[in-house]
Structures are given as structure tokens and as C-alpha cells.
Design a protein around this ligand. Structure first.
Ligand SMILES: NC(=O)c1ccc[n+]([C@@H]2O[C@H](COP(=O)([O-])OP(=O)(O)OC[C@H]3O[C@@H](n4cnc5c(N)ncnc54)[C@H](O)[C@@H]3O)[C@@H](O)[C@H]2O)c1
Length: 363
């Protein structure tokens, strides 16, 4: 779907319909140029907090500041350190104090300019400042464009585990300006590709076919991004608060999160879920479901993503997964019954878990 917003900018648009209303996700070169239109639509707006991190190229928060001024709102530029360590209650507390000191009121807005870390922290601040103020997501990583900026989940880490604090707070718009990807390191691009592969397995096999025959760049990459966003939007619309089917988005994440933790985040989110997806497919095969293990390994290798990990202790991984269990009432995995047909399984035999962990190098 092609749509022209404001000036003559052909952008792709996906609408996300949730309980609080419908919001647009705009994708393409110069999607950020629609920011002043979005801000102009907010009643009573006087100030915006533009939140970014130290490694996002400064041209992006500056662009957001220029668009804000154009819309008549005074920008307050705020930066968090970046990285998982920034997803903390301390970082949010500093942001909230700075927003209050900067004179923001309940009709003002937060603009998250960065990757999933910035989106999660700024999103949580927007969800809680004066009981919730408008949030605009301007994702600048591939992962944030296809996943974290959409759907309204925000998350902070505690010492006890990842994303244990959070709130649902839907954005009023998501502006995914694909020019941001030109400065993104290849490793981060690959991490986003891992999430895109996930959508291919759980909902859109077309994604796998595209990635198997073409390079993820140019028009192909745009197509992959928009298809992924549609998958995410549909999933969120069907189950906004993750009561049921939204959990399918966690395909590859049960082991993935544990690997991030036991490697002290030296393994990135995308790399960890790549291994996690192979594990989930091995587990499904053990349970007599569809066998897509070889297809996944071939594709992930093609994308320079890991399909196994060496030197990680099985007990350490199981411990972290068990610890998660404390919070989620039962160790559960998302497996595939068929390609594009995920389901959540619990009470999986220990032997199947052990065997599948061995299949990704964890002994
Ligand atoms: N809320 C959700 O629904 C959801 C979903 C998936 C993941 N997440 C969270 O997202 C986080 C991962 O997000 P991520 O992969 O975007 O990581 P990230 O936010 O840490 O970004 C990766 C790195 O790229 C830098 N960067 C950002 N944009 C750039 C650009 N255009 N050019 C160059 N460098 C740039 C960042 O500063 C950072 O150093 C995790 O904390 C994960 O838990 C949240």
C-alpha cells in the first residue's frame, strides 16, 4: 500500500488497530519527515522530550528537534547511555525527573529516537509520566522497525531478569525512516534479520522464500520490513495484551533470552534468538511436529547468524530458564506444528529439552 502524507513523500503505511484507536506505521525514506504532521495533530502540545542514546547518529534527534519546532513544540533533547544496562529503573527515573524539570505537562509528548533499548525506556517513561502522555516511535535499527517500536510493549530489566518491569503503552505513530539503516553496523542489521526470519517461520513463509533467493537490501529489504510489520500488527491486533496468540512472537525467545543472560549480553538479542529458533524447531521435531531444522540452519547461516553456541554450560542455561519459570508459571516454548502455524507447549519431557539443547551445541 502506498500513501502520500503531507508533502509528496511516497511512503508505505501499515495501520495498527488497538483498543485506544488506530495508529499508522510509516515506512520509507524520509518517513521522519512526517513527524511535524503527527505532532500537529496532537492537541495542546507545547513541548516534546526527544529521547535517544549515545550511539544513535545525532542527525536523527536533531531532525526530530527541527520537525518539532516546525510543529510549534519546543524540543527537550535527552540521552540515555545505551545498551541493556540502560533499561533500568534508574535510567527511567532520571528521564522522568528531566521531563518534569523541563516543564513537560500531560498534553506534551515523548519521541523515542533509536533502537529497541531507547524505545523500551522512553516508552516506559511516556507510559508513566503524569499517568501516560503521547509517544511517537522513530525506530533507527532494523529490529526496532520490524518489532519493538510496534505493539505498545515497554520493558525494563531487573537484576532478577530481563523485561520484568513494563507497561503497555501504544504509540500515536511509528515513523520508520529506512535511511537510518545506512549507518547501522552489519551485526545489528543481522539481528533485525533474525526477527524477520522469525515472522517467516511463524506467519509469513514468503519471507523465507525471499531471503533464500535474494539479498536483503534495497526493494527486497523494504518488502521484508513491511511484511514483518504487517505480521506484528496483525498479531498485536488479535491479542493486544498477550493473553494468548501474541505469545507466538516469542518463538526462539525462551532459549534466546537465557543465552543473552548467560553470555552477559556478549551475544546480541538477534544472535541469541537465531540459536533459539533452531532449538525450538529441534524441540518441535522431538515432539513429532514439522521438521524445518535444516531449512532454518541453511537460511540463518546464509544471513551470518549463529545456529549453535559453544562453551555455554547447560545447567546455567537451564537455571536461567527455570528462573524465568518462576515468573511465567511453567516453562513454556513456542514450537511450530507446521510452517506458519505456531503453538505454545508446556510440560515438555526433560529428555526432549536436553536433546534439543545438544543440537545447538549446549551440553
Ligand atoms: N518492546 C518490545 O516489544 C521489544 C521487542 C523486541 C525487542 N525489544 C528490546 O529491544 C532491545 C534490542 O533493540 P535493538 O536491537 O534495536 O538494540 P539497541 O537499541 O541496543 O541498538 C543497537 C545499537 O545500535 C545503535 N544504533 C541505533 N540506531 C543506529 C543507527 N541508525 N546507526 C548506527 N547505530 C545505531 C544503538 O545506539 C545501539 O548501540 C532489547 O532490549 C529487547 O529486549 C523490545
Amino acid at each position: 500500500m502506498s500513501l502520500v502524507i503531507g508533502e509528496a513523500r511516497p511512503l508505505r503505511r501499515v495501520d495498527v488497530a488497538v483498543s485506544s484507536g488506530t495508529y499508522p506505521v510509516l515506512v520509507g525514506e524520509d518517513a521522519a519527515g512526517s513527524l511535524h504532521d503527527v505532532l500537529s495533530g496532537l492537541n495542546g502540545l507545547e513541548r516534546v522530550a526527544i529521547v535517544t542514546d549515545a550511539h544513535v547518529p545525532q542527525s536523527w534527534p536533531e531532525l526530530a528537534a527541527g520537525e518539532s519546532r516546525e510543529a510549534g513544540a519546543e524540543p527537550l533533547l535527552l540521552s540515555i547511555g545505551g545498551g541493556e544496562a540502560s533499561k533500568s529503573t534508574e535510567a527511567v527515573s532520571e528521564l522522568l525527573e528531566a521531563m518534569a524539570a523541563g516543564g513537560l505537562h500531560r498534553r506534551d509528548a515523548v519521541i523515542a529516537v533509536g533502537g529497541g533499548v531507547v524505545g523500551d525506556v522512553a516508552g516506559f517513561a511516556a507510559a508513566t509520566f503524569m499517568r501516560g502522555i503521547p509517544l511517537i516511535q522513530m525506530p533507527t535499527t532494523l529490529l526496532a522497525m520490524v518489532d519493538s517500536s510496534i505493539g505498545g510493549k515497554t520493558g525494563l530489566n531487573l537484576r532478577a531478569g530481563k523485561n520484568l518491569v513494563g507497561a503497555f503503552h501504544q504509540p500515536v505513530a511509528v515513523l520508520a525512516d529506512t535511511r537510518a539503516l545506512t549507518t547501522l553496523p552489519q551485526r545489528e542489521i543481522n539481528c533485525g534479520l533474525a526477527e524477520i526470519v522469525k515472522y517467516g517461520f511463524i506467519a509469513a513463509p514468503r519471507i523465507l522464500e525471499l531471503l533464500e533467493i535474494s539479498e536483503p537490501e534495497g526493494d527486497v529489504l523494504d518488502e521484508l520490513i513491511v511484511t514483518s510489520i504487517r505480521c506484528k500488527a496483525k498479531t498485536v491486533e488479535a491479542d493486544e495484551r498477550e493473553q494468548a496468540s501474541r505469545a507466538h512472537l516469542n518463538f526462539g525467545h525462551t532459549l534466546g533470552h537465557a543465552l543473552e543472560t548467560v553470555t552477559g549480553h556478549s551475544m546480541s538479542h538477534g544472535e541469541a534468538i537465531a540459536v533459539g529458533m533452531v532449538f525450538a524447531l529441534l524441540l518441535g521435531r522431538e515432539l513429532g511436529l514439522v521438521d524445518l531444522v535444516d531449512r532454518a540452519r541453511r537460511l540463518l547461516r546464509r544471513l551470518d547468524l549463529p545456529v549453535e553456541i559453544q562453551g555455554v554450560d547447560r545447567d546455567a542455561v537451564l537455571n536461567v530458564m527455570q528462573k524465568d519459570k518462576k515468573f511465567s508459571r511453567g516453562l513454556r516454548f513456542v514450537v511450530l506444528r507446521e510452517l506458519g502455524a505456531p503453538e505454545v507447549v508446556s510440560e515438555v519431557p526433560d529428555a526432549a529439552i536436553t536433546e534439543s539443547l545438544e543440537g545447538v551445541g549446549i551440553n
